[in-house]
Design a protein around this ligand. Structure first.
Ligand code: FAD
Length: 414
């Protein structure tokens, strides 16, 4: 018998829309009351109290605006306030990292150094192996370590508890924990993941940390099939982490996104897999599929995260080639993009905006030249364009702006 939980996240736009359609009726009061409970992974993989839409959102198979529209239609802005606010956390984190890209650079550098330390220190290597293999003796933590690897998903509260125990009880480098998440989460996202780990550790909101406690874990896992989950011996205080560098803020000039008059190739990638949210007004002459899940980490990428990202891009590329009745090619890491374009007689490339993170790190060395020649169009969603200027500091500015942003986008609902 195949493990059905491994098939939870079907990497197509149709499956993402189906999940949205199923979940939208539950995104009102039920969500607000129940979202903090980690009820475990049911046999069919899909929980009742949270949407689990994050893998499809991360891959760009469905857009945040589509999710907001469906939920607003079902409930209106007041009843769906809690769910809408969570979706805006995602957009906020994206905008925040875009304005402070050195946070991502320093994460990757420190992660590589932390891996080198593991090589040099057998005690640390043992502690890291116990944590990632679920052998620490802290029952709840060990459960989540295995659940993450087996399902490609963890509930938000479990992510918070896990990160807190990793940092303050096990005293492991936060970058190694964030890397473990990125290697296994189907929704692994450079912004939400890095900034959430920093938030737990006290680096995002200076001095404010998140301390996991056994009583809170027991309370919010009381309906879990193995619950309430036990967590003995947790740290009783959480001293904020510190770092030497100051990540100064600067809003990048966002590309205008105008389509070229000339023939163009549509580039689909890990964070912009589907053409549909882009609502192109002209048809491409070539589809380029460029999944790069292996760029998430120098370590081994989990099967679920890797295959979801790879297949999301490939399935969406086939769908785009059918829709636009044009050829499709794979741009692999070993094949120069310029060659693919020249063979197809195309000079311009159009793509969903490449945000700060590993996808951009992997693709930019070859795209830079095309951008510098004025032949790259990146499409930024209207929601990001309207929200990012508010993502300067804490979430509160974004929260305050939500009604205006929804109004500006014609999404204000009931
Ligand atoms: C340590 C840590 C690491 C995380 N890493 C990631 C990550 O790599 N990728 C990722 O998408 N999210 C991450 N999150 C945020 C959050 O846990 C997930 O987005 C959420 O659990 C996804 O499940 P869902 O789709 O059922 O969420 P729902 O509760 O159904 O929320 C709907 C949507 O809102 C967004 N959202 C919800 N909560 C948050 C949040 N706290 N921050 C940002 N966006 C949110 C997601 O896009 C989600 O799909 C992390 C949180 C923590 C504490």
């Amino acid at each position: 018998m195949p493990d059905t939980r491994l098939m939870t996240f079907i990497p197509t736009r149709a499956a993402g829309l189906e999940r949205l359609h199923q979940f939208a009726p539950r995104a009102g009061e039920k969500y607000a009351q129940g979202r903090n409970y980690d009820d475990g992974t049911p046999d069919n993989g899909m929980r009742g109290n949270v949407s689990q839409l994050s893998p499809w959102l991360h891959a760009g198979l469905i857009s945040e605006a589509e999710v907001l529209e469906a939920v607003l239609e079902a409930h209106g802005p007041k009843t769906a306030e809690s769910f809408i606010s969570e979706v805006f956390w995602r957009v906020y984190f994206k905008g925040y990292l875009e304005q402070r890209p050195t946070i991502w650079q320093s994460f990757t550098e420190n992660r590589d150094q932390a891996f080198a330390m593991l090589e040099a220190n057998s005690g640390l290597a043992k502690a890291y192996a116990e944590a990632t293999e679920g052998r620490t003796g802290i029952a709840a933590f060990d459960h989540w370590a295995r659940e993450l690897v087996q399902t490609g998903y963890l509930h938000n509260h479990a992510r918070m508890w896990f990160a807190s125990i990793w940092i303050f009880t096990l005293k492991l480098d936060w970058e190694l924990g964030a890397d473990f998440f990125l290697r296994h989460l189907a929704d692994g996202d450079a912004a939400s993941n890095t900034l959430s780990w920093r938030w737990v550790g006290g680096l995002h909101t200076a001095g404010k940390t998140y301390l996991a406690t056994a009583s809170n874990i027991a309370r919010f896992t009381e309906r879990h099939p193995d619950g309430p989950l036990e967590a003995e011996g947790l740290a009783e205080e959480a001293q904020p982490l510190s770092e030497p560098q100051d990540h100064s803020r600067s809003m990048p000039k966002l590309p205008a996104g105008d389509l070229p008059q000339a023939r163009f190739a549509l580039l689909l990638h890990d964070e912009g897999a589907s053409h549909e949210p882009l609502a192109l007004t002209r048809s491409p002459s070539l589809i380029i599929s460029a999944p790069r899940p292996e760029a998430r980490s120098p370590g081994e990428i989990g099967d679920i995260a890797r295959s979801f990202a790879r297949e999301a891009t490939q399935n969406a590329a086939k769908a785009a080639a059918d829709t636009f009745d044009c050829p499709m090619v794979d741009w692999t890491a070993t094949q120069p993009l310029a060659e693919q374009l020249s063979t197809a007689g195309v000079e311009h490339v159009v793509t969903a905006y490449l945000p700060t993170g590993w996808t951009k790190d992997a693709l930019w060395p070859e795209l830079r030249e095309i951008e510098e020649a004025g032949r790259l169009t990146q499409i930024v969603s209207d929601l990001s364009r309207a929200t990012w200027p508010h993502a300067r500091a804490g979430f509160f500015r974004v929260k305050k702006a939500i009604p205006d942003v929804l109004g500006e986008l014609g999404l204000a609902g009931g």
